[in-house]
Design a protein around this ligand. Structure first.
Ligand code: NAP
Length: 318
């Protein structure tokens, strides 16, 4: 398949790029770095390799008349214009399920870190403050009320972990799920009013933009802790900073931000906020599984077989 031209639209994972190079004719971000070379190669590009944060707009799809498939290394594909792809009969694939455990583990890790003030505790010991007296008391996690915004694959994995902490679980999603035993609330505000920890794990994109706004944070309350492992766009970051400044909520644990990798100075300065650089799926084991799936989707397509994991919009005809 070395004659098949594939464009990477992002710096690919070192677990994925060599696999692609070994099999395809890979063009690394030429559309950004070398417009003249891109103009020559564009008519023959048949595949795109993207990451969960990549942008694949309609304008790029329109420049690639031979495009057949966009393979996303990640479960979130809010940067891909799926409607434009579908209109051209271009398949879009992603990497669901293989990262559920890691993202759920990180959500629980951020919840524990924010509630029990683990980064501050670490600094307390390392900076030699312990001999001066104990740290301020923290907040209990076990037995508390966990609210989950988005009860999909990862949301359910987070709920499972919450049960092991004897937490009561409630959720919101676009609709209540008949096969899910937890209490359903019709919107994030109603859910936030009834929980101590609010974990956000919806897709990004226009439909969820600023779903977590000032009203939701007000409902979560002064002792409540917000955890966001979804996308930065889902939380109104300015409203969150204001809520943290004014004690409207008790703290936060954040893996994702509005303008990654840039994080507002105000967020970085709060002692009661724990931050991570978008590492939800960032373990060797999971990134390998994601790379293999992203690669195999492309390979299977170009071998004339069905892809393994189409995005839902491409899984159904019509
Ligand atoms: P999923 O199985 O598709 O679940 C998504 C859930 O979000 C569903 O329960 C869905 O509700 C709900 N939802 C969608 N739109 C909503 C809206 N407008 N209001 C309320 N709820 C809404 O997806 P997943 O595999 O769990 O992944 C979820 C997201 O996690 C990804 O799209 C990605 O953005 C993020 N993620 C982050 C990281 C990280 O590194 N931090 C890693 C992986 C994934 P319905 O069931 O009612 O449709």
């Amino acid at each position: 398949m070395s004659h098949i031209d594939v464009l990477s639209v992002t710096k690919l994972s070192p677990l994925l790029e060599p696999q692609l190079r070994a099999v395809f004719n890979l063009h690394d971000r030429v559309h950004e770095t070398d417009p003249a070379a891109f103009a020559k190669i564009a008519p023959s590009i048949r595949g795109i390799a993207a990451s969960g944060e990549s942008k694949v707009p309609a304008s790029l799809i329109a420049q690639l008349p031979a495009l057949e498939i966009i393979s996303v290394f990640g479960v979130g594909y809010d940067g891909v214009d799926v409607a434009a792809a579908k209109a051209r009969n271009v398949m879009v694939t992603h990497t669901p399920n293989v990262l559920n455990d890691d993202v759920a583990d990180l959500a629980i890790g951020l919840m524990l870190a924010a509630a029990r003030q683990l980064p501050a505790a670490d600094r307390y010991v390392k900076e030699g403050q312990w001999p001066n007296g104990p740290m301020p008391l923290a907040r209990k996690v076990s037995g508390a009320r966990l609210g989950i915004v988005g009860m999909g694959r990862i949301g359910q994995a987070i709920a499972q972990r919450g049960l092991a902490f004897n937490m009561s679980i409630a959720y919101t999603a676009r609709s209540a799920k008949a096969d899910i035993p937890y209490q359903y609330f019709p919107n994030p505000t109603a859910l936030a009013a009834e929980c101590d920890y609010l974990v956000v794990i919806t897709p990004g994109g226009a439909a969820t933009r600023k779903l977590i706004n000032a009203e939701v944070l007000q409902a979560l309350g002064t002792k409540g802790i917000l955890v966001n492992v979804a996308r930065g766009s889902v939380v109104d970051e300015a409203a969150l900073i204001e809520a943290l400044q004014n004690g409207v909520i008790g703290g936060a644990g954040l893996d994702v931000f509005e303008s990654e990798p840039h994080v507002p100075e105000a967020l970085r300065a709060f002692p009661h906020v724990v931050l991570a650089p978008h590492i939800g799926s960032a373990t060797s084991q999971t990134r390998q599984a994601m790379a293999d799936l992203a690669f195999n989707n492309l390979k299977s397509h170009f071998e004339g077989h069905a892809v393994y994991t189409p995005v839902p919009e491409c899984a159904h005809k019509g």
